[in-house]
Ligand binder design. Sequence first.
Ligand code: FAD
Length: 289
Amino acid sequence: MLISNILAERQTFSYEIFPPRGDLSVEHAMDVAGQMAQTRPDWISVTFSAGGSGNTQNTALIASQIQHETGVNALAHLTCMGASKADVNAYVHQLVEGGVHNVLALRGDRAPGREAIDFCHADELIRYLKATEPGLCVGAACYPEGHVEAPSLAADIEYLKAKQDAGADFLVTQLFFDNEHFYRFREACVRARIKIPITVGVMPFTSTKQITRMAFTCGASIPARVIKRLIAAGDDPKSQAQAGVEYACEQLRDLAANGVDGLHIYSMNKPAVAHATHAALVECGYLEA
Ligand code: FAD
């Protein structure tokens, strides 16, 4: 089913997984997806890693297996930095052949040796996908605190409007740890005439080291109340991860109470995280038991 059709009907709940690399197998990824599917999410998204990690091929394969074997809709990510139109055509062909009709169209990060070929920004990819494969439902990324390269949040939102104008059907936010950023961003989107649904991405932090890395890679600010919880958790890895899940559940309950289009969990291939966040959303009435 197209995600745009689901979003037209109800508030959604979904997970993200990342494909295996190194010694993690496709079978293991499917085991993770299968355990997440038990909570009946509206979709599971599968990230895409251009170059380096060598797991690009697995995105389409896993997305197709999720679609067929778990009965849950799959959303396959696609980045276009360093990709030609021929590369995109081949990937989309693989997805459609595999029964996957939902794509998250991204630019991807710039890296040495990965320069723009046929696409400089996500809006160009979105326009291309809509023109060449009109049956696809195409999502795009958005950034409640602004993208790290953007000169200002206002400039970033102008470019976000360009993604909507290019044909994006819905948005998924970057993670954030303070819901006020999202509420302000949502108001700014309304003022900018961005009308497509915005599903909200929430990531339970797992450790002090991991949240610090996230702050530096995606520019997410860390509120004092998160720092205090990590201090209280001390050096114990289990206590730090537990604090992260508890904090994410609080964020989710607050977002649910403030009427969002959808909630998307960056579940980091951890079924326990998926089940804990699902339980919190059942408890607060966002989801049915
Ligand atoms: P763009 O929309 O192109 O924006 C990038 C920057 O350029 C922004 O600063 C923007 O303000 C500016 N900009 C946008 N359009 C224009 C324009 N037309 N002209 C000039 N400037 C412009 N990365 C991966 O590698 N794999 C993944 O699977 C993946 N999944 C993600 C999922 C989500 C929900 C999110 C939020 C991010 C994901 N990323 C992923 C990271 C993403 O690739 C990076 O954030 C990347 O740097 C920007 O991608 P984008 O699609 O937002 O780019």
